[in-house]
Structures are given as C-alpha cells and as structure tokens.
Design a protein around this ligand. Structure first.
Ligand SMILES: C[S@@+](CC[C@H](N)C(=O)[O-])C[C@H]1O[C@@H](n2cnc3c(N)ncnc32)[C@H](O)[C@@H]1O
Length: 288
C-alpha cells in the first residue's frame, strides 16, 4: 500500500527551518547557533514535474533498502534511495524527497558548524578552498557559498551527480571531479590537490556502500595540516562494535594525533520512511 504524498504542482510555502525536534539532542545550548544556520535552500525554488509516493510508515526498512515510487511521465517505477544515479537524473527529486518530505537538515547543520569554527579561528572565509567529497547535486556547496566560502571543489563517484550540480546549481563549484578515490594514482591525487585545500567536508556520504573508510582517508590526505574536517556519520557507525571500519579509523586518527576533535553534535539528519528520526553525528576536527 502506498501513500501519495504530494501534488504535481508545488504550492508556495514557508522556507524550511530547524524546528525544536530537529535540533541537536546532546547540546541544547547550541540551539541558537544552529537556528541561525537554517536558511532556505534551493528546494524552495526548484519546480517539479513528477508524482512521488512513499511506503506506508508502518513498513520498516533498513536505511540502505528504503525506496519510493515515482512517475515522471512514463509510468510509476520504484527507486531505491541509494540509487543516486537515477535520483539525480530527475530535476528536483532529491530535494523533494530528502529535504522537503523527509526533512533532511544535514547540509545547513554541518556547513554552519564548519563556518562557525572558521570564524572562531578568525579565518577569512572568502579565501578558503574547501573540498566537498560525496558532493552530490551541490546542496552542500550552496550552503557553503551562502556562508561566504570562497572556493569549493566537488568530488563524487558518479557523473550524474556532477551533471545535476551543473544543471541545478551552476556556479557553486569552481571545479567538480568525478573520481573513485580508492583508485586514484599518486599523480592524479597531486593534480587534484594542486594549490591545497584548507578544509574537507563530507555530508551524508560515509558508509552504506557509499564512501568507504579507505576513500575517506585518501580525502583526508588531500587537506593541508591544520586544515578543518567536517563530516557526518550515522550515530551507530561510531559505536564500539560497528563493522564498517569508520569507528576504528576515527579512533586511530584521534589517538595518533592525526585528528583533533573540536565539535561533535548529534542531530536529526532526516526522517526514515517510517517517519521516525534518523540521528547522525556532525564532527568538526582539525587535521594534525
Ligand atoms: C546522500 S548523497 C549526499 C550528497 C551531498 N553531500 C548532500 O549532502 O546533499 C551521497 C553522495 O555520495 C556519493 N558517493 C557514494 N560513494 C562515493 C565514493 N566512493 N566516492 C565519492 N562519492 C561517493 C554518491 O554518489 C552521492 O552523490
């Protein structure tokens, strides 16, 4: 049984805002700061030409098995949420599904934390070069630009992400590379780094068959010493007994001095199709 959730033509509506239930749950004192980071996203201006439906909330799926059905003129078809190729091919679908219906807040939350740290460090944001890994269709770059970041280079493993970023947010990236970080040669890596990056950001892209720990390590190596790292990861991926390898990598980096943690916030990343909250951690650290 399916529940059709929205109409073919979008109606004018209020911009998305962080409501109390989407605030970090461990650090209530940060409410004011994160609220300031909540500005309307491109989701408010993209028009849609499709119908979309989600499973009944009573049906429970693992995060990497969640799905929707979409009709963009050629009949209904099922799409897995992690089928980013097909999702990015449909203009506005990613925004409608994740940001409007499932209320994803990760890009503004993490970008706000990163920029807040830069301001604390008294850094001129307009001179910053940020590498956005798992960049997707550019929502993170859009949030960084809004906050005054001078240069953003996107990196993703699929062409469809680069094409969607160019189609929906032209100009937010200075450069966009379609690369598999686990297969990068030394020369290619040096070429990407060229003038050096001051910060790495990766939002909603670690684990679940997306960016593996070894690719994250390659991305870390592209950032200059003392540079900032801002990333999100699902809460339980950092627990003692998780098997993805991220907990071990992050622990090793922190204990060996490769990363110094500056902020860690647990927040509501989005809703699951059950409409229950999915909690992620946003971490800001300095490279040692
Ligand atoms: C949930 S999307 C997040 C996109 C964007 N960061 C955002 O927050 O809107 C995950 C992105 O990670 C990308 N991705 C998955 N595996 C990857 C890999 N090994 N290297 C680079 N990008 C990858 C996917 O193609 C997809 O664009």
């Amino acid at each position: 049984m399916l529940v059709v959730l929205f109409r073919e033509k979008p109606q004018p509506r209020e911009p998305l805002r962080l409501s109390p239930e989407y605030l970090p749950i461990h650090l209530p004192s940060e409410r004011h700061a994160l609220d300031q980071g909540a500005t309307p996203m491109t989701v408010d201006r993209l028009s849609v030409a499709f119908r979309l439906a989600l499973p009944e909330p009573t049906q429970n799926y693992e995060q990497d098995a969640e799905w929707c059905v979409i009709d963009d003129g050629s009949g209904w078809r099922e799409l897995r949420f992690h089928n980013y190729r097909d999702i990015f091919r449909v203009p506005g679908l990613y925004e409608k599904l994740f940001h409007e219906i499932l209320m994803c807040r990760s890009p503004p939350v993490v970008c706000h934390l990163l920029v807040e740290q830069l301001i604390r460090d008294k850094v001129d944001c307009s001179k910053m070069r940020v590498l956005d890994v798992g960049a997707g269709n550019g929502m993170v770059a859009e949030e960084l630009r809004k906050r005054g970041i001078g240069k953003v280079v996107g990196l993703d493993i699929i062409d469809e992400a680069a094409e969607a970023a160019q189609r929906d947010r032209p100009g937010v990236y200075d450069d966009y590379l379609v690369v598999d970080l686990t297969k990068l040669g030394v020369e290619e890596a040096a070429e990407i780094v060229s003038d050096g990056f001051h910060a790495l950001i990766t939002v909603g892209a670690l684990g679940f068959g997306d960016i593996p720990p070894e690719a994250f390590q390659v991305a870390l190596d592209m950032i200059c010493n003392d540079g900032l790292i801002a990333f999100t990861i699902r809460d339980d991926f950092l627990s003692e007994n998780e098997t993805s390898g991220f907990a071990a990598l992050i622990r090793t980096l922190i204990t060996a001095g490769g990363l110094k943690e500056l902020r860690q916030v647990t927040y509501q990343h989005r809703l699951a199709t059950t409409r229950q909250p999915v909690h992620y951690r946003a971490i800001v650290a300095r490279k040692g």
